[in-house]
Write a protein that binds this ligand. Structure first.
Ligand code: CUA
Length: 308
């Protein structure tokens, strides 16, 4: 398997594109600086104690062993408490996105209590506006982590965890499952796309209504194979199927990645995926469709790519 895992190459906890990430980064630098200062001080105290040995200067023990740790640890505790409250603090967010972790992909529903617009493996956020992300799991414990924007929070079966994020930079950012959830855990990534608010509204509108109709004869043949070969039993495509066992494919052709952030979305990878998914992503629960003829496979791929 020649994986292109990490095609976005932008998973970086030291760059911030969201409020939570900025606060976490600030705390990281405070902790690092304090750690260095404490190390230097302790080494200094040891040197002084060595020089003063036998002198009976108990105030070094009281000062260096009691007062200094109490003051230093209390200050660091206060700093981390302030940051944690800021990150976990619940604000009234104008947008809600429900993300459900599954082995080994992500089910995404925008506005779950309203229009309930469904997608998979890609999360679009509006720039500069708070979004409440409701985190769920359908099977085992996963963890939602987008280091550049916010994170990380576990997704636990039977409960809903809430994370409020505000993206502060437009662009594409890699997210990753951060809790071991099975053999393909490292292959469970996703992409976050931050759009200006107007483009975000247009994106949501594009998820409403039926998917684009097959236009060319090849695409029409592909849509037929999607139904006759059984893909329709697991995958949702707007206007055609409401199945929810596998990822939603209604805008598959518009996504940048295939297989939950694993491969670049292109014709060759998509055909390879359908024909031999076990080779493309070990542990994926989809069966391989290597019995499809070449022309049928090409037609199916052409139709799937037309879904945008
Ligand atoms: Cu899902 Cu690790």
């Amino acid at each position: 398997m020649d994986s292109t895992l990490g095609i976005f190459n932008s998973q970086n906890a030291l760059t911030d594109a969201g409020q939570g990430a900025a606060q976490t980064l600030w705390l990281t630098w405070i902790m690092t600086a304090a750690g260095i200062a404490i190390f230097v001080l302790v080494m200094g105290f040891i040197a002084l104690a060595w020089r003063a040995r036998g002198g009976g200067r108990t105030w070094w023990i009281v000062g260096g062993g009691v007062v200094f740790p109490v003051v230093a640890l209390a200050a660091l505790f206060a700093a981390s408490t302030v940051v944690l409250r800021g990150i976990a603090g619940h604000m009234d967010a104008p947008h809600v996105i429900e993300v459900t972790g599954k082995q080994f992909w992500w089910d995404v529903v925008y506005d779950p209590e309203g229009r309930a617009l469904r997608d998979s493996n890609e999360i679009v956020l509006p720039l500069g506006e708070p979004v409440e992300i409701r985190l769920k799991s359908a099977d085992v414990i996963h963890s939602f982590w987008v280091p550049s924007i916010a994170g990380k929070m576990d997704m636990i079966p039977g409960r809903v965890n809430r994370l409020t994020v505000t993206a502060t930079k437009a662009g594409r950012f890699r997210g990753q499952c951060a809790e071991f959830c099975g053999l393909s855990h490292p292959l469970m990534a996703f992409e976050v796309v931050v759009l200006p608010p107007g483009d975000y509204a247009a994106f949501l509108a594009s998820l409403d209504g039926e998917a684009r109709d097959a236009v060319t004869p090849t695409e029409r043949r592909g849509a037929e194979i999607f139904q006759s070969a059984g893909c329709i039993a697991c995958h949702r495509v707007r206007g055609l199927s409401e199945a929810r066992i596998g990822p939603d494919l209604s805008r598959l052709g518009a996504r940048a990645a295939l297989g939950a952030g694993m491969w670049e979305m292109n014709t060759g990878n998509l055909a390879g995926w359908i024909a031999d998914v076990g080779d493309m992503k070990p542990g994926a629960q989809m069966p391989s469709y290597n019995h499809l003829s070449g022309p049928d496979l090409r037609a199916l791929v052409a139709w799937l790519e037309s879904l945008t």
